[in-house]
Write a new protein. Structure first.
Length: 273
């Protein structure tokens, strides 16, 4: 058998393997209805003392307050068991820097090689001082994460129903149904998903769902020293997110995609996407 035929045969087997997983999960979902149907019979989800139909969670970010300390990134990893390396994140922070004479901003994040070298560790994060000898016109930081969209494309492309929208506004991944096809990773216009290599399933921000269903803030909101990150219930007119929207002219990232993000921002330039 020639090498070309061997490679073709291996690719065909790989495809059939994925197809078999999709078929198996589809059969399972048809039998149970879906991930949502599996919990529909319960009085509440995920616990008996939390009623998800009573909440509509949302997230707000004031980019003018972010100082790029990256404590949010570290808190997220510690709280959710995200791999302690510079390649997998549920939330991250981008630095936008305008240099005199340049038409576009320079953009880097904590996983940039220069920033990794500055921190001296892939488990702790810092921004370096690469622009200290340049004429900087302006610079600011933009926290990013899953936008927990109202019409999420990741849910639409998932072949097994593993990615689903909860009744209280979160977009979650059920690891039991995920086959690691990464369609959702490619389908997310915000690059907010990645493959958990250890578990071979899609991973992303969950708003620390295990915390918010107990009345606590997500870890990133809890740790933020400047109040740049805010979390609250849109069903509560006095919540911090509703107050933020009333008092500011907010915007969302990539509105043209039709995903309708529930995460709102202030302090962004048009170059931020």
């Amino acid at each position: 058998m020639s090498e070309e035929i061997k490679q073709t045969d291996q690719k065909r087997r790989g495809f059939l393997g994925v197809a078999a997983k999709v078929a198996a999960c589809t059969y399972a979902l048809l039998g149970t209805g879906s991930v949502l149907s599996a919990v529909a019979g319960k009085k509440s989800f995920p616990t008996e003392d939390y009623e998800w139909t009573e909440h509509n969670w949302g997230y707000a970010i004031d980019a003018t307050k972010c100082i790029g300390c990256l404590r949010c990134v570290e808190a997220c990893k510690n709280e959710n068991g995200v791999a302690k390396n510079a390649h997998h994140f549920r939330t991250w922070v981008e630095r936008y820097t305008w240099i005199e004479g340049e038409d576009k901003p320079r953009v880097d994040s904590q996983n940039d090689p220069g920033n990794i070298a500055a921190s001296g560790s892939e488990g702790e994060y810092r921004f370096d001082d690469r622009y200290k000898d340049m004429k900087v016109v302006k610079s600011y930081f933009v926290p990013k994460m899953c936008n927990h969209c109202k019409d999420p494309s990741c849910v639409q492309v998932c072949p097994t129903g593993a990615t689903f929208k909860t009744k209280d506004g979160a977009v979650l991944v059920d690891k039991k149904y995920c086959i690691g096809c990464q369609y959702c990773v490619q389908g997310c216009p915000y690059a907010a998903r990645y493959l958990n290599e250890e578990g071979q399933h899609a991973d992303k921000c969950t708003w620390c769902y295990h915390r918010i269903t107990k009345g606590m803030n997500p870890a990133c909101v809890e740790i933020c020293p400047t109040g740049s990150r805010m979390f609250g219930d849109y069903n509560d007119k006095n919540s911090v997110v509703n107050k933020f929207i009333r008092e500011n002219r907010v915007q969302v990232l990539k509105p043209e995609t039709g995903n309708n993000p529930t995460t709102v921002y202030i302090g962004l330039d048009k170059e931020v996407c």
